[in-house]
Design a protein around this ligand. Structure first.
Ligand SMILES: Cc1ncc(C[n+]2csc(CCOP(=O)(O)OP(=O)(O)O)c2C)c(N)n1
Ligand SMILES: O=c1ccn([C@@H]2O[C@H](COP(=O)(O)O)[C@@H](O)[C@H]2O)c(=O)[nH]1
Length: 218
């Protein structure tokens, strides 16, 4: 079963990272009037004048951040998490569409952004690619409910950027027993659910959880 992700989630704030606005503009076509981003943020070297002028006329705030040390996605996250008035918005999740896509470097920059954001805020940030749900699990106990009918067949745990010495799971076909978990020794890809309604993950260090997810955009 597939869910329409745009109508499924009612976002309190929508932010486009620079050229992401072009994508939304093109994708929504006749429906674009229904989904006006609140903010377009970034170095603004990619958003085209059609999209920028259209959204500006509809009240979208344009935030130009010209520095070349962080990508536009991280600039957007900082805007939302660190600046007034956005940081006062109460929300459960930040969902990012398109931050893991065709460019490997930008996809890794999006993963990096999760680590940076975790130092600023406890809000869970979820990256959605065409088929994947990706989030950072920080040290502690986590529960992933896997009975929403949006899950697909595979899931994975990746210790990107650090090693976990004590990562334990339940609910997986190949559970992790708390042995060294690191690139070069052991990682967990192509894992699967064992049929329980939830997966539990207890970890002593950061680890990236991802799983297949089925949804549509329009
Ligand atoms: C160590 C280091 N490597 C690389 C860069 C260059 N750099 C990092 S983020 C960034 C901005 C990227 O802009 P964005 O519009 O998000 O991505 P683009 O599509 O231009 O690649 C740049 C230029 C840097 N500042 N420092
Ligand atoms: O393949 C990609 C391309 C882009 N991103 C993210 O979008 C912003 C804006 O990209 P521009 O091409 O500069 O408009 C970029 O900073 C990335 O955060 C991406 O994730 N993957």
């Amino acid at each position: 079963m597939s869910y329409n992700i745009i109508s499924h989630f009612a976002a309190k704030l929508t932010v486009c990272a620079d050229g992401g606005a072009n994508y939304v503009f093109e994708l929504l076509d006749d429906d674009r009037n229904k989904y006006i981003p609140d903010v377009i943020c970034g170095d603004l070297d990619s958003v085209n004048s059609n999209a920028q002028n259209y959204y500006k006329d509809k009240g979208t705030i344009i935030v130009h951040k010209s520095d070349e040390d962080e990508n536009d996605f991280l600039k957007c996250l900082r805007l939302v998490l660190q600046t007034e008035p956005y940081r006062n918005i109460q929300c459960d999740y930040i969902i990012a569409l398109g931050a893991v896509h065709d460019r490997f470097d930008q996809s890794m920059a999006s993963i990096h952004a999760l680590y940076v954001a975790a130092k600023i805020s406890r809000i869970q940030i979820i990256l959605l690619s065409v088929k994947s749900y990706i989030c950072l699990l920080t040290p502690g106990q986590h529960k992933v409910l896997v009975n929403t009918e949006m899950e697909g067949n595979w899931c994975s745990l990746l210790p990107i950027g650090n090693k976990c010495n004590n990562l334990r799971t339940t609910g997986l076909k190949w559970n992790l027993p708390g042995i060294e978990f690191a690139f070069g020794s052991l990682i967990s890809t192509s894992n699967a659910f064992d049929g329980s309604n939830e997966v539990t993950i207890t970890t002593d260090d950061n680890v990236i959880w991802s799983m297949e997810i089925n949804y549509t955009l329009n």
